[in-house]
Design a protein around this ligand. Structure first.
Ligand SMILES: [Zn+2]
Length: 547
């Protein structure tokens, strides 16, 4: 052979080997299977699964199905105890709605009616709780060191009944409290947490429709029904004894009992130098509680990392498997929860299959959590009892209710700007010729209303991305139209079922995008970080220092 020919042969050989060199990402992406995805959604959302309510036969079927499927796609048991399950002890509590809230001031007394004037409950696991204490108005009730803001100014509020405003201080300075967007300080959950931390006897939030984002009807509805909370093992004595809301009108009346003006106090609360206002009114309430203990389960699977030095670090995908079970009075009583969240749960199975092919350096966990619909309880329980350390967990990627209407040109990141995970989403979106957009309604605080938030609270960078609203080959406005139709007709209704006209190509597009995000993080040199203005950054830094 001539020399030239030999070279050509060598070159061809090199090229052939290069072409055959396995590309794990391409191979992994090739495993995504729309038919299998739909089949799994059908099973999860079937009537047989009875709406997947925690602690029911529907739960039993669901968690067994998921464990079997995870094993089939090559993901091992995720709990270090060798199982696919993490037990989540829940408690159902039903409060006595006949109780009345008594307010006693020097200028008279008021007796408030449950549901019409106020609502209150206890998440402490006790049969009876008696609240008795002086009412103190604490403005927004916020302690935010990163904004140099403290509504308490060192006042000892132990044993007091705190009265506070909803949302975060809507100050003109856009740099404070995220401007128009709601920060965690604005959520009612935060208000009850800070009250508990400061040892208050009660925490009552003054309702206002605008700042809350919903009317009094939403606050009062369903309070007579059983609610759920986590059994933390100490009868939940770490929680504030009484938590509740009061209507704006009754809060005004309460102020009048003290000879004070609520509107004036509200204005003062917008100032950094606000001081708590003792109202010289006593609040009294006796609550009786009926308790029911229920064991539920998170399902967890794992694909071990390929690098022995990095495999004890983790990326977590989370999706809630639960929905509302059976109830209501209509002809169809099964809350199938097909979109919410059989789609996200089935996506976990697709992702586990792909990762078991691709195996990045770090390990990847697939966490299907319970009781999201009851207040993010399954994810909160995991976050409080993590099976893998938070400071070894690089990121959490949440999937809740996938797009069933086709491909989109955009991706919406809820809480865009919170962490460097945005960059991963942008890079993955670019590969699909899609653009990343912020949440169109940041004032509603959606970032704080699904499972990724349970992790953010413990400092773990968390991202929640969804299909956008700009659909490929669809008229303008189509995206908002289908979204509004879903929210008004099917969201949290028995009619959230698998439809024959679904187009899952958009969901597949998102699964691929989320796969790439997790894959890149699991291989990256550096850990993702919160942006400096994030309220979770300090928590993360402390956690990484081992505190
Ligand atoms: Zn959901």
């Amino acid at each position: 052979m001539e020399v030239g020919r030999v070279w050509l042969l060598v070159l061809m050989l090199i090229l052939a080997t290069a072409a055959k060199k396995p590309d794990p990402v391409r191979e992994a992406v090739a495993t995504f299977d729309q038919k299998a995805f739909l089949e799994n959604i059908r099973t999860l959302a079937s009537d047989e699964f009875e709406g997947r309510s925690p602690g029911t036969r529907g739960e039993e079927l669901t968690i067994k199905f998921l464990a079997k499927k995870f094993a089939e796609v090559g993901a091992s048991a995720g709990n270090p105890d060798g199982t696919y399950f993490q037990k989540v002890p829940l408690v159902g509590y039903t409060i006595d709605t006949g109780a009345s809230l008594k307010l006693i001031g020097s200028r008279g007394e008021l007796s408030l009616k449950f549901a019409d004037d106020y609502v209150a409950w206890t998440r402490r696991l006790v049969e009876e709780v008696q609240m008795q204490g002086e009412v103190v108005f604490v403005g927004y009730g916020v302690q935010a060191p990163e904004y140099g803001w403290d509504d308490y100014k060192g006042l000892d509020v132990k044993g007091k009944v705190l009265l506070m405003l909803i949302n975060d201080p809507q100050v003109p300075d856009e740099r404070l409290f995220g401007g128009k967007a709601m920060t965690y300080y604005g959520r009612w959950t935060y208000k009850y947490e800070i009250a508990a931390k400061l040892g208050a006897a009660g925490a009552i939030i003054i309702h206002e429709t605008g700042p809350a984002g919903y009317g009094w009807n939403v606050v009062r509805n369903g309070r007579e029904r059983e609610q759920f909370t986590i059994d933390s093992g100490n009868k939940n004595l770490g929680l504030c004894p009484v938590e509740g809301w009061i209507t704006y009108e009754k809060a005004e009346a309460l102020f009048k009992l003290a000879g004070k003006d609520l509107a004036e106090a509200k204005r003062a609360a917008l100032e950094r130098n606000f001081r708590p206002l003792a109202l010289e009114v006593k609040a009294e309430l006796l609550l009786k509680n009926k308790l029911r203990y229920v064991d539920s389960h998170n399902v967890i699977a794992k694909v071990e990392g390929s690098d022995p030095k990095l495999r004890n670090e983790y990326v977590i995908y989370v999706a809630h498997w639960d929905h509302f079970g059976i109830g209501g009075s209509g002809a169809d009583r099964i809350y199938n929860g097909a979109v919410d969240n059989a789609t996200g749960t089935a996506a976990l199975l697709e992702l586990a299959k792909a990762f078991s092919k691709a195996r990045p350096k770090r390990s990847v966990l697939f966490l299907a959590v319970t009781a999201e619909e009851r207040g993010l309880l399954g994810s909160a329980y995991y976050a409080e009892h993590p099976l893998y350390p938070h400071n070894k967990t690089l990121a959490v990627i949440n999937i809740d209710s996938m797009n069933v209407y086709g491909r989109t040109k955009d991706v919406v990141v809820i809480g865009l700007g919170a962490s460097s995970l945005d960059d991963y989403v942008r890079a993955a979106a670019r590969l699909q010729d899609r653009v990343v957009k912020p949440d169109p309604e940041p004032e509603k605080g959606y970032y704080y209303r699904s499972d990724h938030f349970s992790f953010a609270k413990h400092g773990v960078p968390a991202v929640y991305a969804e299909s956008g609203i700009d659909y490929v080959d669809k008229p303008k406005g189509y995206g908002m139209q289908v979204r509004e139709r879903y929210v008004s007709q099917d969201y949290h209704q028995p009619s959230d079922e698998v439809r024959e006209d679904w187009d899952l190509s958009g969901a597949m597009q998102d699964i691929e995008l989320l796969f790439r995000v997790g894959y890149e993080v699991a291989n990256a040199k550096r850990m993702p970080t919160w942006r400096p203005k994030s309220e979770f950054r300090a928590i993360r830094e402390a956690s990484l220092r081992g505190k």
